[in-house]
Design a protein around this ligand. Structure first.
Ligand code: P1T
Length: 401
């Protein structure tokens, strides 16, 4: 049973899940065994070696595949087109192995600093990849580029990390299809509760499961999902051949986290909107970037493609520009207490960080300047605490900025 006829809240809990066959355990046990006995060489119960087959990981993989609407059954692909990895970057690294040596690809200009680092500082050297960074908030830029240049893959994030640009997924997917490029969306910030890129024509979705999917800042993981059987076959081979798989303990935690994704996202969205509106009125804040505010340049497309319960919903990530520079940012960040000053995002607890010094330090200063990742830019991950407490904490920090 694929459970894809259920509402998303129910899919978080039941999607792709079935009781463990030996004992009937309702929640999948943590299968720690690295290997599985065979009756005769090559004759086994479908489990040989844990890098290739692990039932705890499979349960999480089927869950994410279901949430991202892969539409594949276990007959099409053992885990319905879902694949889990040791980290988000391990997932990205494996996805890039779909490309041949020397392949050109297009990447959104604003992406997580680690994605940029893997492409430019590793795969350009080791795989001869040719990334072109484009601002895909205007899809015609992609059309113009692909009319002149080939690309094996187009990689987007939306909303982007950290400037929260929003990309029109349906438009980008259609262009990629016309030009034969594999389209991949890093859906970490929006989560499948708000947008499902495969439903909008994308070939693949990627997640840092470390963030909202896991949801409790206690596990590092990544995921890929595809609705194409040809890509699922390739990813299954690559996942095993490269071996950067998610371990069974992590898969258990990630699956446990994903069960509450719907209820958490509802609170993240409500508090995100309330806090963004409050920040927009604060005299020490120069600018608030939040896709839910009408001032956001892609607000209209965000309202169309990011929805919860059929209504626009914009997530828990907010980026602000303070009046002033690094000194003001430091004073603000040193004087918030409920918001933890830390990298990462998407947990139940609120986090705050300075991308230029922290998560995006690997992006060259010149590119950061062009993208607007400036010294007065601060990124907030709004958790599920009471929003009044969060606002009081921000007010205190800003009073010191
Ligand atoms: O950290 P890891 O699980 O390897 O995921 C990498 C990654 C990929 N994509 C996006 C959009 C991300 O935000 C991340 C990780 N980001 C942070 C650690 C951060 O604080 O932005």
């Amino acid at each position: 049973m694929t459970h894809s006829n259920l509402n998303l809240e129910s899919r978080c809990i039941h999607g792709g899940q079935h009781p463990e066959p030996t004992t009937g355990a309702v929640m999948p046990p943590i299968f720690t065994s690295s290997t599985f006995v065979q009756e005769s060489p090559g004759v086994h119960k479908g489990f040989e070696y844990s890098r290739s087959h692990n039932a705890t990981r499979f349960a999480f993989e089927r869950c994410v595949a279901n949430l991202e609407s892969s539409g594949l059954s276990e007959a099409d692909d053992r885990t319905c087109g879902g694949f889990a990895f040791a980290s988000g970057l391990a997932a990205i690294g494996t996805a890039l192995e779909l490309l041949d040596h020397g392949a050109p690809l297009v990447c959104m200009d604003d992406v997580y600093g680690g994605t940029f680092r893997l492409l430019t500082r590793v795969r350009v050297r080791s795989a001869g990849l040719h990334p072109t960074y484009l601002d895909l908030t205007d899809p015609s830029r992609l059309e113009a580029h692909l009319a002149k240049h080939k690309a094996g893959m187009v990689w987007v994030e939306t909303p982007t990390n950290p400037t929260l640009k929003v990309v029109d997924l349906a438009a980008i997917a259609a262009i990629c299809k016309r030009h034969g490029a594999i389209s991949v969306c890093d859906n970490t910030f929006a989560t499948p509760m708000l947008q499902r890129p495969l439903e909008m024509g994308f070939d693949m979705v990627m997640h840092s499961a470390t963030k909202y999917l896991g949801g409790h800042s206690d596990v590092v993981g990544g995921a890929l999902v595809t609705n194409r059987t040809d890509l699922a076959e390739k990813l299954r081979f690559l996942q095993n051949a490269i071996g950067s798989v998610m371990g069974p303990f992590d898969a258990y935690l990630a699956l446990r986290g994903a069960k509450t994704l719907a209820v958490r996202m509802r609170r993240h969205c409500d508090s995100g909107m309330q806090i963004a509106q409050w920040l927009a009125t604060h005299p020490k804040v120069e600018k608030v970037i939040y896709p839910g505010l009408p001032s956001h340049p892609q607000h209209a497309i965000a309202a169309k493609q990011m929805q919860l319960d059929g209504k626009p919903a914009f997530g828990g990530m907010i980026t602000i520009l303070l009046k002033g520079g690094l000194a003001e940012s430091r004073r603000f960040l040193e004087n918030v207490h409920l918001f933890a000053l830390a990298e990462s995002l998407g947990g139940v607890e609120s986090l705050i960080e300075h991308p230029a010094i922290m998560t995006h330090a690997s992006v060259p200063a010149e590119s950061r300047q062009q993208l607007g990742i400036l010294d007065n830019l601060v990124r907030l991950s709004v958790g599920i605490e009471h929003p009044d407490d969060l606002i009081r904490d921000l007010a205190h920090g800003l009073s010191k900025a």
